[in-house]
Write a protein that binds this ligand. Structure first.
Ligand code: ADE
Ligand code: ZN
Ligand code: ZN
Length: 257
């Protein structure tokens, strides 16, 4: 009995650890970048809605509430698992929602003058997080490997999985704060903000889905990833984070006009 309980606990810990989205550094960096591009009026309205907090602090809220059973209904909002090569539109949808339907719902509620302040604040925190998740290619990955969570690899000899490499291992190993990482991002005129901000949730999803194939093909099972992998893929990681920040600002500026 005792052993069974221990095994169950261990399984729960493993499951809890595998479902984290971009780690805190990824989400905070994305929110920090978005702050560069927010309009003054958006900034003011957001601060008021969040009772003085900014989007950096609330960017990890959607992961923090996962340990509270009350919020179990939000678990599947962090990812979308359409089959490879299939459009989101034609894919079999999760009736409990997914990353794309969750983002659309957040935007709808935030734009609705009839929504309460409490509901808007909740949806804003979720939205800040989900635009980040949308840019992690494996959050648009395959159902059968849980977006790479069951693909075991090593990161500098330490056991991990492909999903976690892209959520946090690669970023954490830089040993930089979210503000420092944000400062390393390309800014105008070295990046065309209008060009990056083009499109919508579906076109950004399609981009991530295409990149999920690149990420899936980047490793062999049980491979030990180290400097070579970082050298090859960190530029893509940085680009995803930069794009997520720029697009988050676009979405928020559009809501808080
Ligand atoms: N996190 C947990 N399950 C997932 C899945 N099926 N796809 C992507 N990310 C996930
Ligand atoms: Zn998430
Ligand atoms: Zn994740």
């Amino acid at each position: 009995m005792e052993l069974k309980r221990k095994i169950l606990m261990l399984a729960l810990v493993i499951i809890a650890n595998t479902t984290f989205a971009y780690g805190p550094i990824g989400h905070r960096t994305i929110a920090k970048i978005a702050e560069y591009y927010l309009t003054d009026t958006a900034k003011e309205q957001i601060i008021e809605l969040l009772d003085g907090d900014g989007i950096v602090i609330v960017s990890t809220y959607a992961d923090e509430i996962k340990s509270d059973k009350t919020y179990d209904y939000t678990q599947m909002w962090h990812y979308v698992n359409a089959k490879d090569g299939e459009s989101y539109e034609h894919s079999q949808k999760n009736p409990d929602g997914d990353l794309i339907s969750a983002i659309n719902k957040c935007v709808e509620i935030l734009k609705d003058a009839k929504s309460s302040k409490e509901e808007k604040a909740f949806r804003l925190k979720m939205l800040v997080h989900f635009i980040g998740d949308l840019h992690q290619p494996l959050h648009t990955g395959r159902a059968e490997d849980m977006g790479g969570n069951t693909i075991k690899v090593k990161w500098f000899k330490k056991s991990t999985n492909l999903h976690r490499v892209w959520d946090s291992d690669m970023l954490d190993s830089k040993k930089m704060s979210y503000t420092e990482i944000a400062e390393t991002m390309k800014r105008p005129p070295y990046i065309n903000i209008d060009e990056v901000a083009k499109g919508n949730v579906i076109s950004w999803y399609n981009e991530s889905k295409e990149l999920s194939y690149v990420v899936y093909n980047s490793v062999k099972p049980n491979e030990n990833l180290s400097y070579g992998y970082n050298y090859k893929y960190y530029p893509l990681m940085k680009e995803r984070i930069n794009y997520a920040g720029i697009r988050l600002a676009k979405v928020l500026n559009e809501i808080f006009k």
